[in-house]
Design a protein around this ligand. Sequence first.
Ligand code: MN
Length: 229
Amino acid sequence: MTAYLFPPPEATAVAIRGTDALFPVRRIFCVGRNYAEHAREMGHDPDREPPFFFSKPRDALAFGRDEIPFPPQTDDLHYEGELVVALGAGGADIAAETALDLVAGYAIGNDLTRRDMQAVAKKMGRPWDLAKGFDFSAVISDIVPVAETGRDLQGRIESRVNGEIRQQSELAAMIWPVADVIAFLSASVTLAPGDLIFTGTPAGVGKLAKGDVVEVTIDGLGTLSTKIA
Ligand code: MN
């Protein structure tokens, strides 16, 4: 019998809409710049350079929370409304043509970012981990199964702060669509059921203050509403 020194961490799970089953989360991957206008607003040329990835720790996931605390060590907390892909199957070196077979469902995400800390990391050539992977930084809605959305979800994504529209795009404006994102990522790491992929944010990112309510809406998925407490 194996004895743990202390109880192992509880499984991190996200509800699946319309079922009692939970989606157990393994890893959280995020795409860097995946909308041309957002790449430009961050000072980059969005020509189709290959996508790049970072990840957030599983314990950064914030599911089922109407409110999250304003994080420490930042004066420039940003929202990033994003489509999240939930994988029900995995593999390595997946071809883009078959990549959507891995998708179990889609969710709405908010890739909260300590932009000031990220700017220092970029300038100093340091990792983004703590700029991106702080507590409650990976906000997510429940997962809508592909049986409801279709495998190739299309439509609009919109973010609002206190009711005011800040981000608006078609999902089709992604530089790298979901199938390509999965193909690229699986060339670097072996994907597995339970992996989540935040697929990047459109232009219009901006600062949040205590008390703000940020809502991200994606056609076919609904609205994810989060108050910054
Ligand atoms: Mn992002």
